[in-house]
Design a binder for this molecule. Structure first.
Ligand code: PMP
Length: 357
């Protein structure tokens, strides 16, 4: 078996230990004599696993008691719609820092007025706006933000706070660092970057927020349905939740989110270090103060060299370093499961490529 260094942006690298554990118990989940994908979601064995997943996530993130964690299908894109369906009465404010916040804002406009509280759009989403530039209009129902901008490679290092509810899409840096959950009323993350296979969103909802639902909706679009039915109003994506369980335990066993954050800082420094020491051969897309620890985005002197970089990287088993089609260039996603060794291999390759060209 050959495993490559995987820098895909999502779906992306998962911890090898977890993949092996899942493989080992795939035919017999917790002594049931059945696979996790074969047991009833109404069984005690399933419920115990789901409860443990919620408890482990709550422990990792120190989630306060007045929040619920639920599992929802439909990916991040369904949340672009659902948050507004439930809470956009008059107007929603958006911290527009990338393609995904922009898409959320567009999707939300189906339900009412949306506007930018701040935006880095005019500058190619290269930075995270500062709080002194924020403009919050009266009667704003909530403010929506994206903690890590997967495509542009920027990340909020300090979170803003507001006196209206704050919603956060944490899809691409979820469980990569500690966050203060009580600063937010609603957090969600599609799991397919750091936490598991695409197909489920982990949503963390403050109980008080559910009192602010502003319209009647079909049951499947109401957050309340997921909370009231403990994520099992209908059949939940059992395998995905099971996988999240394994990753959550892997994090817990390896020192939790503070330890993961330290690891991620060290890994990112290895790759950004090469960019910074390259005399302009590699140009980072993100402004230095806004750099993401998860997605390192950069350009080379020409498009031809970028294509050659991607191709030669693949020859060295460094996979997935092509930038998103919307901005081009190169991107190395170095999520939790990407090892320091993987980052070093990429850094060594980058240095050698520069020397050669
Ligand atoms: N938010 C962020 C930050 C993302 O990176 C993505 C996808 N890469 C999405 C939302 C959209 O998620 P999905 O593809 O699950 O709809």
């Amino acid at each position: 078996m050959k495993r490559v260094y995987n820098f895909n942006a999502g779906p992306s690298a998962m911890p090898l230990e977890v993949l092996k554990e899942v493989q080992d118990e795939f035919l017999d989940f917790n002594h049931t004599g059945m696979s996790i994908v074969e047991i009833s979601h109404r069984s005690a064995a399933y419920q115990e696993m789901q409860d443990d997943t919620v408890a482990t996530l709550k422990k990792l993130l120190a989630v306060p008691d007045d929040y619920h964690i639920v599992f929802i299908q439909g990916g991040g894109s369904m949340q672009f719609v659902m948050h507004a369906a439930n809470f956009l009465k008059k107007r929603g404010g958006y911290l527009n820092t990338g393609v995904w916040s922009n898409k959320a804002m567009e999707a939300a406009s189906f339900y009412g007025e949306t506007y930018e509280v701040a935006s880095s759009k005019a500058d190619g989403f290269t930075y995270i706006p500062k709080a002194d530039r924020f403009v919050v209009k009266p009667d704003t129902d909530y403010i929506y933000m994206t903690s890590n901008n997967t495509i542009h490679g920027t990340e909020w290092h300090d979170f803003p706070s507001f006196d209206v509810p704050l919603f956060c899409d944490m899809s691409s840096d979820f469980l990569s660092r500690p966050v203060d959950v009580k600063n937010f009323d609603f957090i969600y993350a599609g799991v397919q970057k750091n936490v598991g296979p695409a197909g489920v969103v982990v949503a963390i909802i403050k109980d008080d927020l559910l009192k602010k639902v502003c319209r009647d909706l079909p049951l499947m679009l109401q957050y309340k349905t997921y909370v009231d039915h403990d994520s099992t109003y209908n059949t939940p994506p059992v395998f995905n939740i099971y996988f999240v369980n394994k990753v959550a335990h892997w994090l817990d066993d390896n020192g939790g989110l503070a330890a993961m954050h330290e690891r991620n800082k060290k890994k990112a420094a290895i790759v950004y270090g090469v960019i910074d020491d390259s005399n302009g051969f590699y140009r980072g897309h993100a402004r230095v103060d806004s750099r993401s620890l998860m997605n390192v985005t950069f350009n080379l002197p020409t498009k031809e060299l970028e294509a050659q970089f991607v191709a030669e990287a693949a020859d060295h088993d460094l996979i997935g370093v092509k930038g998103h089609r919307s901005i081009g260039g190169c991107r190395a996603s170095i999520y939790n499961a990407v090892t320091e060794e993987g980052c070093q291999a990429l850094a060594d390759f980058m240095k050698a490529f520069q020397k050669k060209h």
